[in-house]
Every structure is written in structure tokens, then in C-alpha cells.
Design a protein around this ligand. Structure first.
Ligand code: 5AD
Ligand code: SF4
Length: 442
């Protein structure tokens, strides 16, 4: 039997890219590839790229430059660029970097085996169309080997919101939801293979409106309720959400659906109505706070996470203070904050920016506050009982690491037999980025 060919994938950016990389590996599995963690032994290298903030394309070109010696040592090595930089740059990548064999945008991954075969015949290829068909329908079914207890599952892709700073509507295209039946069968398949927790993914996942089995569209809340019926699936999460799509039924699901975990990533970007308007967010700070209030009424212990941008064009100190006020009002348990980065082709890229010094200063002040909140929330877990879904071995002997309902990493001395299972744990201590706990009976 022929030696399998080896595939190395480097994934940048968001969780959707992590999911896409898995599916690309499966698609190429049908062409005889197995994955390797060592780029030097690969027959094919794929960079699954991210374009969300600046210098992404430049980073890809320098990473490609570093692959030159590998290609020189193994002339048959195929090199591909996938993801959002591939979508945004297209042909330009082939022009600028002769060692690239193929460029494939996020909506065309089902074409990978074909592109790979063409590369084998010395044809360089670019595929960045937005085809009408669902790429997932054309990817092979996942093979059956057992896998770890957590998995991502993309249910929705693309965005129609057009926030003034964001490239997503251009790189991932218009919003598309996968049909309910497809999602359910993929979820059941994952559970059969050992998965206990599924995170539903979408750029605007709570705008999900997939075709139901009997016609009519289903909301995300209805999809979650149906998934909760799958035996063996213990936990459901979803990300990323938009405040305007936090519908009543989804908020209610946080109070009534036991399998839906008490954690929500709900980006707001800014606390200033003037800046929110300039960002084309179509909600105010007050509307966001009302959504949070309703979520907490439904599920008082829910842990909230957010995204923030400082230094958006036109942001004054008073606007930044409004962001700090909003953060104080919400008390986040987790957060991501960024300096504004102009993205070519987006409306805000044309506007005069805030100086780098001011941005640095604001980011630092915001992160200090967010870190304090995160630490306080984590420390408040000490003494409490949680359930931990164990994912892997820890660094210390006999130690396992898993996640609590609130997505805190928890280190526990526990037998290997607990791997892949969730167990009751008492939290004993809080470290900077994780918790330590003791196994309880049951
Ligand atoms: N500059 C800075 N941050 C950005 N994000 C998206 N686009 C930009 C940009 N141009 C951030 C937003 C978004 C997260 C995924 O990345 O906060 O929610
Ligand atoms: Fe980008 Fe806004 Fe769409 Fe989120 S909602 S993907 S920030 S355009």
C-alpha cells in the first residue's frame, strides 16, 4: 500500500477557522492525506489565514517566505493559502509568491481535492467564488474515529451587518444558515464519536435561521432545544452573537435549557452611542445593557464576555469614558479588546484615525479594568462546586484539565478514566488564568 501523504495545517484567527481546518483535513483525507504536526515532513502545507486586523496579509507573505527552504528541499511539496486572506487577496498571492500552488477562499473548501490534484499536475489555481451550494454538503462526511470531548460545529456563516470597521461581510460573504437536518446529523455523529460539548459557530450565530425539516425556518433557540434532546450531548454553547439578534426565545433558553451553558460572548465594541452610530452597530449602549439585564434575569449566574475596540475614528476621551462606564455596569468575566485597525475596503478605513499613543493609553486603561473584573469573577469561584468536563492531561503528574460550565480552565488531580467525562469539582484556588479544584464524589 502506498505510504500516506502528509498534510500540515497552520490555523490562524477564529474558532471557525479551527473548524474549517478540521473539515479541510477530512476533505484531503479522501485524497490520501493524513495530518502531521511537523511541517518538514509534510507533502502539503496549508495556511488557514485570518484577515480581521492589520498586517494579516503581510504576516502570511512572511510565513510563506519561511517555507522556501522546505520547498527547495522537497520540490513536490504543495503549498496552499486558505481562509480570509486567500479570499481578500486571491490572484495577488500567486503573483507575489511563486511557491504557492493554490489559493482557496472559505466558501470553496469542497473544491480542495480537485485543486490539490491540479497542483499535482503543475497547475496553480485560485478559487474564491461564493458558490450557491453549501460547501459543507459537498465535503465528505466526517470519518468515525473517536475524538476529544469538545467540538465546534459551524451552523451559520457570513454577515449582513456591515459594521464600519469589519472585513467579515467581504471575506465570508452574506449570511447563510445551514439546514437543521444537516446540523442535527453532524451533532449526532460527533456525539457517537465521544463528543460531550458542542459549540455552535457563526459570525452572527444568533441570527441563525436554518431551514427546518418540515419547511419554515428555525431560530437558534429552537435548534438548541432540539440539540438538547440528543442523548449523550451534555453541553451546548454558541458564539459569536450580535446584541440585536438576542431574541426573547434565546434569552429564555438560557433560563430553561439545562444543557445550554451559562456563558455568553456578546460583543458591544464601544459604550458611546456616538461611536456605536459611527460604527454602524444599530444599537445603543442602553439597548445593550437592557439585553444583559434580561439575560441575567433568566440566568443570574451567566458569565459574560465581550469584544471592544478602542481608538475608532472620531473617538474622544468622553466616548472612551462611556466604554469604561459600560464595562463597570456589566462586569465581564472575560473580554477581548483591540486597538482599531483600518481595513482596506471598509467604510471606516477612509476616516481620520486616533493617534497611536492615545490608542495605546486607552487600551491599557481598558485592559486593566477588564483584567480586574476577570480576576474578581474567577476568585469568586473559590469554594463553589462546579462540573468540569475533562479534556486532557495537565502538566503535573496525575492532573487533568477541563472546563467548568463558565468556561474557566480547571486543574484537578483526577484519574485518567475521567478524561472525556464531566465530574463534580470543588474549586480550591484561583491562579491568573485558571482555577484549581478537588474532585468530589459523583
Ligand atoms: N480593528 C480592530 N478590531 C477589530 N475587530 C474586528 N475588526 C476590527 C478592526 N478593524 C474586532 C471586533 C470583533 C472581533 C472579532 O475583532 O471587536 O468583535
Ligand atoms: Fe463584523 Fe459587525 Fe458582522 Fe461582527 S456583526 S462580523 S463585527 S460586520
Amino acid at each position: 500500500m502506498a505510504e500516506p501523504k502528509k498534510l500540515f495545517i497552520k490555523t490562524y484567527g477564529c474558532q471557525m477557522n479551527v473548524y474549517d481546518s478540521e473539515r479541510m483535513a477530512e476533505a484531503l483525507g479522501a485524497s490520501g492525506y493524513v495530518q502531521t504536526a511537523a511541517p518538514e515532513e509534510a507533502d502539503m502545507i496549508l495556511l488557514n489565514t485570518c484577515h480581521i486586523r492589520e498586517k494579516a496579509a503581510e504576516k502570511v507573505y512572511s510565513e510563506l517566505g519561511r517555507l522556501k527552504p522546505l520547498k527547495a528541499a522537497k520540490p513536490g511539496l504543495k503549498i496552499g493559502v486558505a481562509g480570509c486572506v486567500a479570499q481578500a487577496e486571491g490572484e495577488e498571492i500567486l503573483r507575489r509568491q511563486p511557491l504557492v500552488d493554490l489559493v482557496v477562499g472559505p466558501q470553496s473548501y469542497h473544491r480542495l481535492p480537485d485543486l490539490e490534484a491540479r497542483a499535482g499536475q503543475g497547475q496553480r489555481a485560485v478559487e474564491t467564488e461564493f458558490p450557491a451550494e453549501d460547501k459543507f454538503d459537498h465535503l465528505p462526511a466526517r470519518p468515525k474515529p473517536r475524538r476529544g470531548p469538545t467540538a465546534f460545529l459551524t451552523v451559520q456563516e457570513g454577515c449582513d451587518k456591515f459594521c464600519a470597521f469589519c472585513v467579515v461581510p467581504y471575506t465570508r460573504g452574506a449570511e447563510v444558515s445551514r439546514p437543521v437536518a444537516r446540523v442535527l446529523s453532524e451533532a449526532r455523529d460527533l456525539v457517537e464519536r465521544g463528543v460531550r460539548e458542542i459549540t455552535l459557530l457563526g459570525q452572527n450565530v444568533n441570527a441563525y435561521h436554518g431551514a427546518g425539516p418540515e419547511g419554515g425556518d428555525w431560530s437558534l433557540a429552537r435548534l438548541i432545544r432540539e440539540l438538547a434532546e440528543v442523548d449523550g450531548l451534555e453541553r451546548i454553547r454558541f458564539t459569536t452573537s450580535h446584541p440585536n439578534d438576542m431574541s426573547d426565545d434565546l434569552i429564555e433558553a438560557h433560563g430553561t435549557c439545562e444543557k445550554l451553558m451559562p456563558y455568553l460572548h456578546l460583543p458591544v465594541q464601544s459604550g458611546s452611542d456616538r461611536i456605536l452610530k459611527a460604527m454602524n452597530r444599530s444599537h445603543t449602549a442602553e439597548q445593550y445593557l437592557r439585553v444583559i439585564e434580561r439575560l441575567r434575569a433568566a440566568r443570574p449566574d451567566i458569565l459574560l464576555s465581550g469584544d471592544f475596540i478602542v481608538g475608532f475614528p472620531g473617538e474622544e476621551e468622553a466616548d472612551f469614558q462611556a466604554t469604561m462606564d459600560l464595562v463597570r455596569a456589566v462586569e465581564y468575566g472575560q473580554a477581548y479588546s483591540f486597538k482599531y485597525s483600518p481595513r482596506p475596503g471598509t467604510p471606516a478605513a477612509e476616516r481620520a484615525g486616533v493617534s497611536v499613543e492615545v490608542m495605546d493609553d486607552r487600551l491599557q486603561r481598558l485592559q486593566t479594568l477588564l483584567n480586574q473584573q476577570q480576576r474578581a469573577r474567577q476568585e469568586a469561584m473559590v469554594g463553589r462546586n462546579v462540573r468540569v468536563l475533562f479534556e486532557k492531561q495537565g502538566r503535573a503528574p496525575g492532573q487533568l484539565v477541563g472546563k467548568s460550565e463558565y468556561l474557566h480552565a480547571v486543574h484537578v488531580i483526577a484519574p485518567d478514566s475521567a478524561l472525556g467525562e464531566s465530574r463534580a469539582v470543588r474549586i480550591a484556588a484561583s491562579a491568573p488564568n485558571s482555577l484549581a479544584g478537588e474532585l468530589l464524589a459523583g
